[in-house]
Design a binder for this molecule. Structure first.
Ligand code: SAH
Ligand code: SF4
Ligand code: F3S
Length: 480
């Protein structure tokens, strides 16, 4: 069930949605009585952690409206797509999925709803209106919480419903949520982005930065602790500017100190940090606060100062490297992960060599590498000197090879060591193993005679694999 008792019903906007939730619940209740089963739902999520969190809100709303989660393989009565448009292939994937759901005569017709970043682009909505008639409900990121009202309209009027807001409103608290996990939870601290990196569509589809109030975040984390959650990951496109819109300075570090005091929570993570405004107060917070994990996801995008300027990233190669050194000087055992774009317009072989140089110097634990993708509406899409696909791909492969060898080398240094793992449950790689992460974000799969989900345990690493480490739990009281 969704976290119902946790809901704040005092806000007018959300209260209105609760009226629709109850109305839809009547409809699903009748259906359940006549058909002997509750109608089912399936939320399919694409994109980043922010979308994962919002898909948990979509599931929460559907649960509250009386739907049941569909069994794996079953075609649900309501299918909701939560979409991403950060790169072209993300969009193509969605069109592919939608195409597969076009019903043939006599086949089951599901209600198909689409939301997420892709829907904030008018040309996409037009294409869906014209070419995907089986899509019944279209809504955007700014009005995700109005889903109950839109579903009610669709169910009662039988017409297609299109409702995408073109500007962000205030942050709405109190949307129901059914979380996918039991040990770790996502917590949004802010929405939107003000940075306008020249390649990126996110500011156009997510609006300007809006921070949640500190009290609301603290309340949510307290409730998560009461519900047994052990780890939280704070989410924002650029968490380092949390609170700027509330007229506060150093608000992010201040928030972290408040969250560190909440009993029951063992670990705190956050993503994403923009290198241009990673403050000394944040470095101090990571060093001082016992629950803040020693891991920074710090996208550098390109190692070339010239390209970084074109990207509007507001730091140079040297400044990025100096920042990494500064953080390591203060927190020696911290691990870094990053995002890198290959083939930004005008990228020369020399520029790309600078990217490889940063990868070699920093030695990231992991890098998410992307081929530059032209996004309509962004500044970089106007640039003439786009890099040919074959050149992009060739550079991409060289970069991946280099990073993989570094990841493998780092992983091998863990063999024989004992690490602290927060146990998340059964491993996805191997059902006979449990899974979890170290404080510095290493993925560990390990054997254990008992289910220790939700506990912090000591694991002895016996073997390094390219993307994870294999180990065996050390029973409590024993030492390695
Ligand atoms: N706010 C975060 C992440 C946003 S999107 C940040 O600033 O780091 C996640 C990643 O997608 C980005 O870090 C970038 O590496 C990549 N990305 C964004 N736009 C892209 C584009 N047009 N082509 C290729 N990769 C892109
Ligand atoms: Fe996109 Fe840059 Fe904002 Fe990240 S900081 S979401 S890359 S514009
Ligand atoms: Fe994609 Fe939107 Fe996230 S474009 S990366 S789902 S903010």
């Amino acid at each position: 069930m969704a976290e119902r008792k946790a809901l704040q019903r005092n806000e007018e906007l959300i209260q209105k949605q609760y009226v629709y939730i109850d109305k839809v619940r009547e409809i699903t209740g009748e259906k359940a009585n006549t058909e002997g089963r509750r109608p089912t739902y399936d939320v399919r999520v694409f994109g980043c952690q922010m979308n994962e969190l919002e898909s948990e809100q979509l599931a929460g709303m559907l649960d509250e409206m009386g739907f049941a989660k569909a069994a794996p393989g079953e075609q649900a009565d309501v299918i909701v797509f939560d979409t991403c448009c950060v790169r072209e292939n993300a969009e193509e994937k969605i069109y592919g999925h939608l195409g597969l759901l076009k019903p043939s005569p006599g086949e089951k017709k599901s209600i198909i709803a689409i939301t997420g970043c892709m829907m904030q682009q008018p040309h996409v909505v037009e294409k869906i209106r014209k070419s995907y008639h089986h899509v019944g409900i279209v809504f955007g990121t700014h009005n995700l919480y109005t889903f109950p009202e839109l579903l009610y309209r669709h169910l009662t009027q039988g017409k297609r419903v299109f409702d995408v807001w073109d500007s962000e409103g205030q942050i709405v608290e109190g949307t129901p949520i059914t979380r996918a996990e039991k040990v770790k939870a996502w917590v949004s601290i802010m929405q939107g982005c003000n940075n306008f990196c020249s390649y990126c569509i996110v500011p156009y589809v997510r609006g300007r930065e809006r921070s949640r109030k500190k009290e609301d975040i603290v309340d949510e984390v307290k409730r998560l602790a009461e519900a047994g959650y052990k780890e939280i990951t704070l989410l924002g496109q650029n968490v380092n500017s949390y609170g700027n819109d509330l007229g506060k300075t150093d608000a992010f570090a201040d928030l972290l100190y408040a969250l560190n005091d909440i009993g029951g929570i063992e670990r705190i993570r956050f993503t994403t940090s923009h290198p241009k405004d990673l403050s000394d107060s944040l470095i101090t917070a990571i060093k001082e606060l016992p629950k803040l994990c020693e891991h920074l996801h710090l996208p550098f995008q390109s190692g070339s100062t010239r390209i970084l300027k074109e990207m509007n990233r507001k730091y140079t190669k040297e400044q990025y490297l100096a920042l990494v050194d500064r953080v390591r000087g203060s927190i020696p055992d911290i691990s870094f992960t990053t995002d890198i774009i290959v083939g930004f317009p005008g990228e020369t072989e020399e520029d790309f060599e600078d990217t490889l140089d940063v990868v070699r110097k920093v030695r990231f634990d992991q890098a998410f590498t992307f081929l530059y993708s032209k996004r309509t509406g962004t500044r970089a899409a106007e640039l003439e000197n786009q890099v040919p696909e074959d050149v992009k791909k060739e550079r991409f492969l060289r970069l991946v090879e280099l990073q993989n060898s570094i990841t493998a080398e780092i992983n091998r240094t863990y063999e024989g060591k004992t690490v602290e793992v927060l146990v998340e449950g059964i491993s996805r790689y191997n059902e006979t193993m449990y899974t979890g992460r170290t404080r510095n974000y290493k993925l560990i799969n390990f054997t254990s005679p008992e289910d220790l989900t939700g506990k912090l345990v000591q694991v002895k690493i016996i073997r390094a694999w390219p993307f994870w480490l294999e180990g065996t739990v050390i029973p409590e009281g024993e030492t390695s």
